[in-house]
Design a protein around this ligand. Structure first.
Ligand code: FE2
Length: 210
């Protein structure tokens, strides 16, 4: 179901999510929210509030440890793959979407839920909405990791040169490919597991039809 999300609802939500997050992650969350606002203005102005809601809610289960994540999965009937037990960071995207439906039903909009669900791995065929949440999480200004700084620079420099909507979409596509390349490279360097959805997302964005 698509729900209407007002400015007033966002003001309340901004206070409510604070108790779900560490102080550092709360600052990150607010920064993702304002980044989605900027990206919405470029790509999806009609869905700005919905994007802001997804940003405010995207990490609400991130501080839970593996045991608690698995408990939530069991409670909500979420299927946990073998890969996810080896890379528990992946679970928070699934559990956050489920907790939104339970604790914030007024925000249980399909776009919000899928934006949250796919913000970590991405996926083949991801929507523009999902791409904006994913990218805002990656490039928001409080991130100092070298890859994030580079991607932020790449996106904003190129978007400032893009003269029309098609060129802006092309910049977005290239930025998404670059983000997955960097993520995959980083995971390989760590000897960590690369989620299948991330590889599929990368290959999907390589094809020019976004
Ligand atoms: Fe995040």
């Amino acid at each position: 179901m698509n729900r209407e999300i007002t400015d007033e609802m966002l003001n309340t939500l901004r206070e409510q999510v604070r108790e779900y997050l560490t102080e550092k992650r709360y600052a990150h969350t607010l920064s993702v929210e304002s980044e989605t606002g900027k990206l919405a203005a470029l790509f999806l102005p009609a869905e700005q509030n919905c994007l802001r809601a997804a940003a405010l809610l995207h990490d609400i289960t991130k501080r839970l440890n593996l045991e608690k994540q698995l408990q939530l999965c069991q409670n909500f009937g979420i299927i946990v793959t073998n890969d996810e037990t080896k890379a528990p960071k992946l679970l928070h995207a699934k559990t956050a979407a489920a907790v939104v439906s339970r604790d914030f039903p007024q925000f249980a909009d399909n776009r919000v839920l899928s934006g949250i669900r796919w913000h970590t791995t991405g996926r083949a065929g991801m929507s523009l909405f999902e791409s904006i949440v994913y990218l805002a999480d990656y490039i928001e200004p409080t991130r100092t990791f070298a890859d994030c700084v580079m991607l932020r620079q790449f996106f904003w420099e190129n978007i400032s040169l893009a003269a029309d909507a098609d060129s802006r979409m092309e910049v977005l596509r290239q930025t998404m490919v670059l983000s997955f390349d960097m993520t995959i490279r980083q995971l390989l360097a760590e000897g960590a597991l690369v989620d299948r959805d991330t590889i599929e997302a990368r290959n999907w964005f390589l094809s020019p039809a976004l």
